[in-house]
Design a binder for this molecule. Structure first.
Ligand SMILES: *Cc1c(COP(=O)(O)O)cnc(C)c1O
Length: 486
């Protein structure tokens, strides 16, 4: 289904002979092309480039840019993704020529400012996490998980300890088992209880000498804090295992509690979520990891170190797992993170989390009467509602609700994740939204669940594409346009 704004490709809009520029005939004698380029390298016919006037080109791209939703244009309650407002100040700072125009092959002497920023970033993340050693190298959350698990594997190998199992709760983000398998471990799931916490009896049954790592998300993907986290960490440590904390979403606990204090040995951060890096659409991210002192020697190299008053990249780390990415990290994202953390300061970070939790609980309290939230009355930074009852009673699914929200000018929440909640609708408002926005969202949701199934099954009607075949879109993506008439 298409709306009135054009989604035609620029090639399809092309009109032969149309041009955006009219140049006078060339009055400089030219050497024939054949003298400059070998015959076999010459094209036999002109490239099929689109031919359009300048206003048509401008309208085409500006209209395309308005077809999508973004944090700057719409409320974006995408659970687990922490789509908070990205302060423009961070963009200005990251674009400063002294940061933006550096080349990674410059010598340490010429990039002292950037190295100081990275060094301080390592220290700030260590302070925030309670884990003393930090590497900024991984380029995304998932790669941070992978790198940290390689660190764990290197540690056990170095100590001559044979362990091969990673335990993963059934509510975990899909990247957790993927990272564990990619780094050579086998995975074993751990059950959750009906109230959404780790089932301690099931955990006990799975724990043995073969367990290398428990990967845990806390607050978990249901937006609930694991109240037994200290006990869980102790149980894992008792069998010689390590506790990995998936810290992609630190938005509920900044300045309130620290993974290192509740027993985590390793973790990753998502600066593009918690620390306001713009993300989505596969854009750049970063996935710094923090570890305890005993795991520090195995971190990816280089690490930024301070010798006297100078900063340098330390490559001389014999036990390091080596590089996981070129150079020393996605510095554009890290500069934004640094700017964000320094702008807020310690008290400000705590306020961010308090407001994120307040906003999520306010929205939860408005929504749960018409959209049940199976795991409870209270949440941390997000909550997971379920459309199971509405689906049974009225044939309205989580997908119908999500799609219909687009018609009302709201980005859809995350749906069908975590897998342990049927017809899951995962809502994360973040601290940056006003009460008025949260009220408008709750009222819209309430209105949608009273609409008829027929109204919802065809939604959205305002988007250029209504209901794509999501499996085909993922498995057979068409990433290039092929001219049909040449
Ligand atoms: C987003 C997320 C990840 C993965 O982070 P990427 O930067 O997308 O690779 C891992 N775990 C959780 C809980 C997440 O929300």
């Amino acid at each position: 289904m298409r709306n009135t704004r054009s989604t035609e490709l620029i090639f399809e809009l092309s009109k032969p002979g149309c041009s955006g520029a009219h140049l006078p005939p060339c009055d400089v004698p030219l050497r024939p092309v054949a003298e400059l380029i070998p015959a076999e390298a010459l094209a036999s016919k002109p490239l099929p480039l689109p031919e359009l006037g300048e206003p048509d080109i401008v309208r085409h791209f500006v209209n395309l840019s308005t077809l999508n939703m973004s944090v700057d244009t719409h409320f974006y309650p995408l659970g687990s993704c922490t789509m908070k407002y990205n302060p423009k100040r961070n963009e200005r700072i990251a674009a400063m020529p002294g940061f933006a125009n550096l080349h990674p092959y410059q010598s340490d002497d010429t990039i002292q400012g950037m190295l100081e920023l990275l060094y301080r970033s390592q220290q700030m993340l260590a302070e925030i996490s309670g884990l003393p050693a930090v590497s900024l190298q991984p380029a995304a959350g998932a790669q941070g998980e992978f790198a940290a698990l390689l660190v764990a594997a290197a540690y056990f190998r170095d100590k001559g300890i044979k362990k091969s199992v990673v335990l993963i709760p059934d509510g975990a983000h899909g990247t957790n088992p993927a990272s564990a398998v990619m780094s050579g471990f086998t995975t074993v799931p751990v059950k959750s209880t009906a109230n959404g916490l780790i089932d301690l009896d099931d955990l006990k049954a799975r724990l043995n000498d073969g367990v290398a790592v428990l990967m845990i998300t806390n607050p978990n993907t249901l937006g609930i804090f694991e109240t037994h986290i200290a006990e869980i960490a102790e149980m894992v440590h008792e069998v010689g295992g390590l506790v990995y904390l998936d810290g992609a979403n630190m938005n509920a606990i900044l300045g309130i509690t620290r993974p290192g204090d509740f027993g985590a040995d390793l973790m990753h951060f998502n600066p593009h979520k918690t620390f306001s890096g713009p993300h989505g659409g596969g854009g750049p991210g970063a996935g710094p990891i923090g570890v305890t002192e005993k795991l520090a020697p195995y971190l990816p190299s280089p690490i930024v170190v301070k010798d006297g008053g100078r900063y340098r990249l330390d490559y001389n780390r014999p036990k390091s797992i080596g590089r996981v990415r070129s150079f020393f990290g996605n510095t554009g994202v890290l500069v934004r993170m640094y700017s964000y953390i320094r702008t807020h300061g310690p008290d400000g970070l705590r306020r961010i989390s308090e407001n994120a939790v307040l906003n999520a609980n306010y929205l939860l309290s408005r929504v749960k009467h018409f959209l049940p939230v199976p795991q409870g009355d209270r949440c941390m930074h997000e909550f997971v509602a379920s459309a199971t009852r509405i689906k049974a009673d009225r044939d309205i699914s989580a997908m119908d609700i999500a799609k219909r929200l687009l018609d009302y000018g709201f980005h859809a929440p995350t749906v069908y994740f975590p897998l342990i909640v049927k017809e899951a609708i995962m809502v994360e408002p973040t601290e940056t939204e006003s009460k008025a926005t949260l009220d408008a969202f709750a009222e819209t949701l309430e209105r949608i669940v009273t609409e008829t199934p027929e109204q919802l099954h065809d939604a959205p009607s305002s988007a250029p594409v209504s209901r794509p075949d999501e499996v085909r879109a993922a498995r057979q993506p068409m990433l290039t346009w092929k001219p049909t008439a040449t």
